[in-house]
Design a protein around this ligand. Structure first.
Ligand SMILES: *[C@@H]1O[C@H](CO)[C@@H](O)[C@H](O)[C@H]1NC(C)=O
Ligand SMILES: *[C@@H]1O[C@H](CO)[C@@H](O)[C@H](O)[C@H]1NC(C)=O
Length: 375
């Protein structure tokens, strides 16, 4: 092999090699959110009605120990100084190989047709009947697309990021991840898809999200949680990447029983581990994740963050400290549980009282049947 060829080979191998976290090999990763930097960490910040876009994503105005040397004249923005502090924590002689910090931005997709339908029918009737259907003849919510209102939420995020980039030189993301469900692949694209052309992104970090099963919503029997085929996602977003082993068809979702909360918790921890271990060849501290309400709740729990429910289109930043610790035993849990439904539209749907099936059709556990057709 010629030297030039060898050099080219080495260059092509470098990103994956760099992305590894060797000190964490064979160890368990423990996460803690680092408080004191974002409003969302504070117990007295009310999540309901909280809007990232009215408070600079929640970044607290304060000084950092590195300010003095980095910004003696006091000319740098809060984001620039924060980024420098984060670099300091991760780099150089301060670096303890067993510790790593990342700045995760966990976003919920813009409103989807399934969200609109849940409001339209009321949650009890939605859960016990309508969510198991593909749609209602007017709207389709199997692997729901976003509504026009949902797209406005993504355009708002797009504009807000650009404003922060323009005004504060907010750091750009080093990697992007998305749930494979269409409402997320669309939201990620409308939020970041035009940034490169508009000159906002550095060449080395283009908007090329990695689609990962671990970021999908809790797999209830609801058809909105059944993903489309890989080739469907590829046709819509040819430049997205897929994690290794991503199958053509959805082999995880079941039409007749639901993923348990414990299984979702374990999956959330596992996908975070992949991100921190650099399993997809990504390294870098600034991470964007486009996911779902339930999934965001589970991710925050896996990180040890206080509960912070996101409404559609909302985004929460979390500064995470990850430590490689002694290998812990994996929790054991039941992966699936039955789910009761009505076999025809229910007669009542009263919040707090639940859903009452019509007299002729008793509440019944779903039997295995044809799954949602790949829409
Ligand atoms: C179907 O659901 C949507 C809400 O997603 C609602 O606007 C529409 O009126 C419903 N169609 C019918 C026929 O009930
Ligand atoms: C992706 O986003 C760009 C920029 O907003 C938009 O022009 C394009 O239509 C989007 N593609 C899809 C498939 O939604």
């Amino acid at each position: 092999m010629k030297v030039a060829q060898l050099a080219a080979l080495l260059v092509s191998l470098t990103p994956a090699a760099l992305a590894d976290w060797p000190e964490a090999e064979g160890k368990t990763i423990r996460y803690t959110p680092v408080p004191g930097y974002f409003l969302q960490d504070k117990p007295d910040t009310d999540p309901s009605g909280f809007d990232y876009a009215s408070v600079n994503f929640g970044l607290i105005e304060r000084s950092y120990p590195t300010d003095k040397r980095f910004d003696p004249q006091g000319e740098r923005s809060q984001w620039e100084r924060f980024e420098h502090w984060l670099q300091y924590l991760n780099a150089g002689c301060n670096r303890d190989g067993g510790v790593q910090y990342k700045m995760l931005f966990i976003g919920r997709h813009g409103q989807g047709w399934h969200n609109a339908a849940e409001s339209f029918y009321g949650t009890p009737a939605w859960n016990c009947y309508w969510a198991e259907q593909q749609g209602n003849g007017t709207a389709i919510w199997a692997d729901a697309h976003t509504t026009p209102a949902g797209d406005l939420e993504s355009y708002k995020a797009n504009a807000y990021f650009k404003e922060r980039y323009d005004q504060d030189n907010m750091p750009r993301f080093s990697s992007y991840y998305s749930s494979p469900l269409t409402r997320c692949t669309i939201t990620a694209n409308l939020t970041f898809g035009d940034m490169e052309e508009a000159g906002y992104l550095p060449e080395e970090h283009p908007f090329v999200p990695v689609v990962k099963e671990g970021f999908r919503e809790g797999m209830t029997v609801h058809t909105c949680n059944h993903r489309s085929d890989r080739s469907y996602i590829e046709a819509m977003f040819p430049w997205y990447r897929f994690e290794a082993g991503f199958t053509e068809e959805d082999e995880l979702w079941r039409s007749y029983e639901s993923e348990t909360g414990e299984a979702h918790d374990a999956r959330s921890k596992a996908v975070l581990d992949e991100v921190f271990r650099g399993a997809d060849g990504d390294s870098g501290a600034w991470v964007s994740i486009t996911t779902h309400s339930g999934a965001a709740t589970r991710l925050l729990k896996a990180l040890g963050h206080r509960p912070f429910r996101l409404s559609t289109g909302q985004i929460i930043p979390v500064l995470v400290k990850a430590e490689a610790v002694e290998l812990q035993p994996e929790p054991t849990f039941v992966a699936h549980e039955p789910y009761s439904t009505c076999t025809s539209p229910p007669i009542t749907s009263i919040p707090g009282e639940g859903c009452v099936c019509s007299a002729t059709t008793a509440l019944s556990s779903l039997v295995p049947s044809a799954t949602a057709s790949g829409l």
